[in-house]
Design a protein around this ligand. Structure first.
Ligand code: HXC
Ligand code: NAP
Length: 296
């Protein structure tokens, strides 16, 4: 075998491993939006394994049940609470429930988001509004609720906002989500400065491609157009869910207190990928198998 043969980035340690000491989050409550599915659940799992009490907030009862199944036996306590993050009153009620059960959460993971692929010219105003409302406004409303309670109590805290790399690059086919995630990334930088003096650390965490069974049909359909996702990544593999969980727990841990206003990308360098010469341009319509645009 030649030494220059591509081998990709190595696989991570097995599920259950952790770089942080056991009990790192003992006595800490971690509030995870959208923690019943996919990446949110994977992140919540790693906090739970390290001793955290977990609060999972999202809209759909079936997702809250999934959280109970997956997170109920990790050692710490678990509260699931129905909440639409577009509604500040519902967020306040979810925090009230968390405080009553465990005390004020010390960590907020703003993971919930909304997204579907659609050519910009086909996007209805309400489709744009919905994605921006959940992904950008909802993230701010949760961060605001968390910070106001900590400022009033005089206690420190840590916020991790889950983003996406098209915050920097733009995201053809995802104009709404890319713009919203750009706002989320920018918000990290602002809030870290505003709330640092009060002991609140604010960071971003950007996943690369982390396929999972809970992905919406729209997103799965989009990914299905690529026959082998691994060879499309410089790492020659996609992300393993636990790798994102480890990054989130590190960012919110006592070992990362001086890291604030930072957005950590966990994607095997995929977002920096360029080719020596560009492949031919394929319109978003063609990529999605849509016919010509027609007014109407
Ligand atoms: C075009 C669409 C659409 C689609 C919905 N809409 N789906 N338009 N293409 N596929 C439009 C609707 O027609 C409507 O506009 C508006 O969006 C609101 O739709 P509702 O169904 O009424 O909204 P709601 O019930 O609030 O649901 C929100 C949702 C839904 C975003 C539409 O998909 C959802 O609940 N998603 C949550 C989970 C999620 O999105 N996860 C993805 C995260 S992954 P009109 O004009 O008809 O009223 C991610 C990065 C992945 O962010 C990157 C992978 C590479
Ligand atoms: P997912 O499984 O679809 O998760 C989205 C979660 O958000 C769901 O649990 C959903 O729960 C919740 N949610 C949506 N709207 C909500 C609302 N209005 N109020 C409260 N909760 C709401 O997707 P995922 O892949 O795990 O994505 C998680 C995060 O990673 C998102 O921020 C996403 O943008 C980011 N991301 C993912 C990838 C990837 O490859 N998977 C890549 C880049 C970025 P309910 O339906 O119960 O409300």
């Amino acid at each position: 075998m030649s030494t220059s043969e591509p081998i990709g980035l190595p696989e991570p340690p097995e599920i259950g491993a952790s770089a942080l000491p056991e009990g790192t989050f003992d006595g800490v409550t971690v509030f995870v939006t959208g923690g019943g599915t996919g990446l949110g659940r994977a992140i919540a799992t790693e906090f739970g394994r390290l001793g955290a009490d977990l609060v999972v907030a999202s809209r759909k009862p079936e997702h809250l049940e999934q959280a109970t199944e997956a997170l109920g036996d990790l050692g710490g306590g678990l509260l699931t609470t129905q909440c639409d993050i577009r509604e500040p009153d519902q967020i306040a009620a979810a925090f009230d429930a968390a405080v009553e059960r465990f005390g004020l959460p010390g960590v907020l993971v703003n993971n919930a988001a909304a997204n579907f692929p659609v050519p910009a010219e086909d996007m209805s105003p309400n489709a744009w509004r919905t994605v921006v409302d959940i992904t950008l406004n909802g993230t701010f409303f949760c961060a605001r609720e968390f910070a106001r309670r900590h400022l009033a109590a005089g206690t420190p805290g840590s916020i991790v906002n889950v983003g996406a790399s098209y915050a920097w690059t733009g995201g053809p086919g995802f104009a709404h989500s890319a713009a919203a995630k750009a706002g989320v990334k920018n918000m990290v930088e602002t809030l870290a400065v505003e709330w640092g003096p009060y002991g609140i650390q604010v960071n971003g965490l950007v996943p690369g491609l982390f396929p999972h069974e809970d992905m919406t049909a729209d997103i799965k359909g989009n990914l299905a157009r690529t026959s082998d996702k691994d060879v499309c990544q410089p790492a020659l593999r996609v992300g393993r869910l636990r790798e994102l969980g480890w990054a989130a727990t590190f960012l919110a841990s006592p070992y990362a207190r001086f890291i604030s206003g930072h957005t950590l990308v966990v994607d095997g360098a995929n977002w920096q990928r360029r080719t020596l010469t560009n492949p031919p341009v394929v319109t978003v319509r063609d990529q999605m198998g849509k016919g010509p645009f027609e007014l109407g």
